[in-house]
Design a protein around this ligand. Structure first.
Ligand SMILES: NC(=O)c1ccc[n+]([C@@H]2O[C@H](COP(=O)([O-])OP(=O)(O)OC[C@H]3O[C@@H](n4cnc5c(N)ncnc54)[C@H](OP(=O)(O)O)[C@@H]3O)[C@@H](O)[C@H]2O)c1
Length: 368
């Protein structure tokens, strides 16, 4: 699909993206259009649009996996250990106060708990924020365990209603298929169900959390597909997926933007995470092995630390500003557990994206 022209993008704004928006939000969109959407669509401001949906979001969002608390998969930890719900809610509220408007969760995080905490934290501010959640993994709330996957039409409709209840809202702004490797042949049926949910006013747009550009292309054929969520950070670029997002005119939502905490600089060779942390328990985690930072990633961070932290940025802020500079479509969603983390990550909204010279220097240092 060719990229939408600016005029086409404007028509999407008027026609497709505003169902369910509050009056203030609609006025804000009109004002933004008058100011000129181009600067924001190109990422020079603090806001971006979710692909062709017309949904406006802050340049940096907030990830809500860790705040779900303990969960298991195949008997191993798939959460980030114990959480303090009071601290989680304070962190989410602080992020919103500081200008973060995009919050990403999933029904399965904490077996429903993350959605409940997010809903409570954002209560009273629904029209000011954009909520993304995911479906596709089944879970047992009592056991807090992930039990399997299901992308059948009936299950998707039930999952959507359950997420709406837990989030305490009447609409989901971005509803994402969570099963990254679902066969592409099943995608058209899923798209059909999601289009039905849009028609019913229960969701405003949809996307797929997948690292496969070909699957992304299939999903982007859906009329209301706004985003693809995929792994991306300064240590692990994804040029093929970014090119696909450009061609398909969808947002690139970046999970693991801080390499699951490694790109904050607080974990060194001697660090050991506890057994109830996904980073210690699951074999597919890239940046940690058995809860210890993997040495090859630490070496890469050492190589680029000075560039990322120049100008007074923290390492985490440097990593987020790299993502903001990488493409006008990127939308990093750093996960947060504390108010301090939320403040530091949100402060990156007020910093400039990395300069072209800094991006080139990092590419040279990483040999990419
Ligand atoms: N398949 C999928 O769809 C999928 C998969 C993964 C993630 N996601 C989404 O993407 C989001 C982000 O990915 P992620 O949470 O895995 O990894 P991440 O954002 O790279 O790392 C988040 C972790 O880093 C630490 N941290 C964050 N900000 C910090 C700061 N300023 N200073 C120090 N430490 C900080 C926190 O953990 P500690 O304090 O414990 O170190 C936090 O939980 C998730 O929350 C989720 O919404 C989706």
């Amino acid at each position: 699909m060719r990229p939408a022209s600016r005029a086409e993008r404007g028509r999407h704004l008027v026609a497709g993206g505003e169902a369910g928006l509050g009056r203030d939000t609609r006025f804000r969109l009109v004002r933004l259009r008058r100011q000129g959407t181009r600067a924001m669509a190109e990422g020079t401001g603090m806001s971006r649009f979710l692909g062709r949906s017309g949904i406006e979001v802050s340049d940096i969002g907030c990830g809500c996996w860790a705040i779900g608390g303990p969960t298991t998969m195949d008997g191993k930890a798939d959460g980030w250990g114990d959480v303090d719900d009071g601290e989680s809610m304070a962190a989410l509220r602080r992020a919103r106060e500081l200008g973060v408007t995009f919050f990403d969760t999933a029904d399965v995080y904490g077996a429903g708990h993350s959605e409940q905490v997010l809903g409570r934290a954002l209560a009273g501010h629904r029209d000011e924020v954009v909520i993304a959640t995911k479906f596709g993994y089944t879970f047992d709330t009592g056991q807090r365990a992930i039990t399997g996957e299901d992308a059948s039409p009936g299950y998707i409709r039930r999952a959507c209603q359950a997420s709406l209840r837990r989030l305490g809202t009447d609409r989901i702004d971005l509803y994402q298929l969570h099963i990254g490797d679902l066969p592409a042949a099943q995608a058209p049926e899923v798209i059909g169900v999601l289009d039905g949910l849009v028609a019913d006013g229960l969701i405003r747009s949809y996307g797929w959390s997948t690292d496969d550009p070909q699957r992304a292309a299939v999903f982007a054929g859906g009329a209301h597909c706004a985003a693809i969520q995929h792994d991306l950070n300064v240590l692990a670029d994804a040029p093929a997926m970014l090119a696909a997002c450009d061609t398909l005119d969808v947002a690139s939502i970046n999970r693991t933007p801080l390499a699951m905490g490694l790109l904050t600089g607080k974990y060194g060779a001697a660090s050991q995470l506890p057994a109830d942390d996904v980073r210690a328990a699951q074999p597919w985690v890239r940046y940690f092995a058995g809860g210890r930072p993997a040495p090859q990633w630490l070496a890469l961070i050492d190589a680029i630390r000075d560039v990322l932290t120049s100008g007074g940025r923290t390492l985490a802020q440097g990593a987020l500003c790299w993502l903001r500079a990488r493409s006008p479509r990127t939308l990093p969603i750093p996960g947060v557990r504390t108010v301090g983390q939320a403040e530091q990550n949100a402060a990156a909204l007020r910093l400039d994206p990395l300069s072209a010279a800094e991006m080139a220097e990092i590419a040279r240092l990483l040999g990419s």
